[in-house]
Design a protein around this ligand. Structure first.
Ligand SMILES: *Cc1c(COP(=O)(O)O)cnc(C)c1O
Length: 350
């Protein structure tokens, strides 16, 4: 509230590139410091963050981008928006991208991987980074649902070449709408800055940094003022959630007949899911406990629910990326059956 009042009192509701004392400049510096990276760029949504990050990494027409079959549709639509082609990778019981299936889905046309830290559950980043290095692929972490969460002592989003965050109403940190891109690479950050700011600003940058027109994906000072205040509360919130996870394991696990789902950094885990032997047991357990939801019943983040993708849409029918793909790619409801099976046997504990 105080920050918002300050912005309104100054009458300057907009940040300009390069300003460091604005709320946006300060929030970017704070976010970079908190995440342990060189640079952060605030943008107007998590979807924008993914698009800006892909553009920064040079992803475009014909390029294949490996995405998990369980994520919010933005992870798959961001590459399509840029003319690239999402390739679906099964998840494993950790509910994150299965490195073995990732390796199977790589082709000569693969250019980037978007591992997604769903529900505050971190991906197997060691395996994913090793695969990316072996095949020369860019890694853009979608940490929209895991802002602040750590993997082996590093923050989700800070491990790949670029990381993307969302600050929409449902995320760990919120300004109603909002997002951010983080990276340690100055060249990638310059491209991100130029693209999110209409492709015109930052005249001091070398012309090699861009060969595209941009969009306006900037944030207002009002958003940044809210974020700056929220960042201060994040670590305490996450600590509380870690404790809640421990309490829920003690309370619910003995009643469930399930196992705690495999987790890639159990000591620092924030989210909690339980894996059952079969979908019926998961369904019954969810029906008995108000804080428990069978993930297969949510029908929003599984690839079968990504209607525009399953219907083979692009940004425009005339420039549909699938028409100019370097090989035939199609999507169908049964293409990642293992993901659907796992989701039907897994319960989220709130
Ligand atoms: C929320 C979310 C996004 C998109 O964020 P918006 O701010 O709503 O655009 C992208 N990926 C994942 C995994 C998300 O949960």
């Amino acid at each position: 509230m105080l920050n918002l009042a300050r912005v309104i009192a100054t009458g300057r509701l907009m940040h300009h590139a390069g300003e460091t004392r604005s709320f946006t400049g300060r929030a970017q510096a704070r976010l970079a410091q908190m995440m342990g990276v060189e640079q952060a760029l605030l943008v107007n949504s998590g979807t924008s963050a993914l698009i800006v990050a892909l553009k920064a990494a040079g992803i475009g027409p014909g390029d294949e981008v490996l995405v998990p079959a369980y994520t919010w549709v933005s992870t798959a639509s961001a590459p399509l928006f840029l003319g690239a082609i999402p390739i679906l990778v099964d998840i494993d019981e950790s509910l994150t991208m299965d490195p073995a299936d990732l390796e199977r889905k790589i082709t000569p046309f693969s250019k980037a991987i978007i591992p997604v830290h769903m529900l505050n559950l971190v991906c197997d980043m060691d395996s994913i980074m090793a695969i990316a290095t072996r095949h020369g692929l860019a890694v853009i972490e979608d940490a929209c649902q895991a802002v602040g969460v750590t993997y082996k002592g590093r923050r989700a989003g800070s491990i790949g070449h670029l990381g993307a965050f969302s600050f929409n109403h449902y995320k760990n940190v919120t300004s109603g709408e909002g997002g951010a891109v983080i990276t340690n690479d100055g060249h990638l950050m310059r491209r991100a800055e130029v693209y999110h700011d209409i492709g015109t600003f930052s005249a001091d940058y070398s012309v090699q940094d861009w060969d595209f027109v941009g969009c306006n994906q900037r944030v207002s000072e009002l958003t940044s003022a809210v974020l700056l205040a929220q960042f201060g509360r994040l670590d305490k919130d996450l600590q509380n959630r870690r404790r809640r996870r421990a309490r829920n394991i003690d309370r619910l696990l003995p009643l469930s007949g399930a196992k705690v789902s495999p987790h890639h950094d159990p000591d620092a885990a924030v989210g909690l899911t339980l894996t059952f032997e079969n979908s019926q047991d998961a369904k019954e357990f969810a029906a008995q406990h108000s804080a428990v939801t069978r993930i297969g019943d949510i029908k929003r983040h599984d690839y079968v629910s990504w209607l525009p993708v399953l219907q083979h849409c692009g940004a425009d029918p005339r420039t549909n990326p699938l028409l100019s793909a370097q090989r035939k790619v199609t999507y169908s409801a049964d293409m990642c059956a293992r993901t659907i099976d796992i989701l039907s046997r897994t319960c989220l504990v709130a």
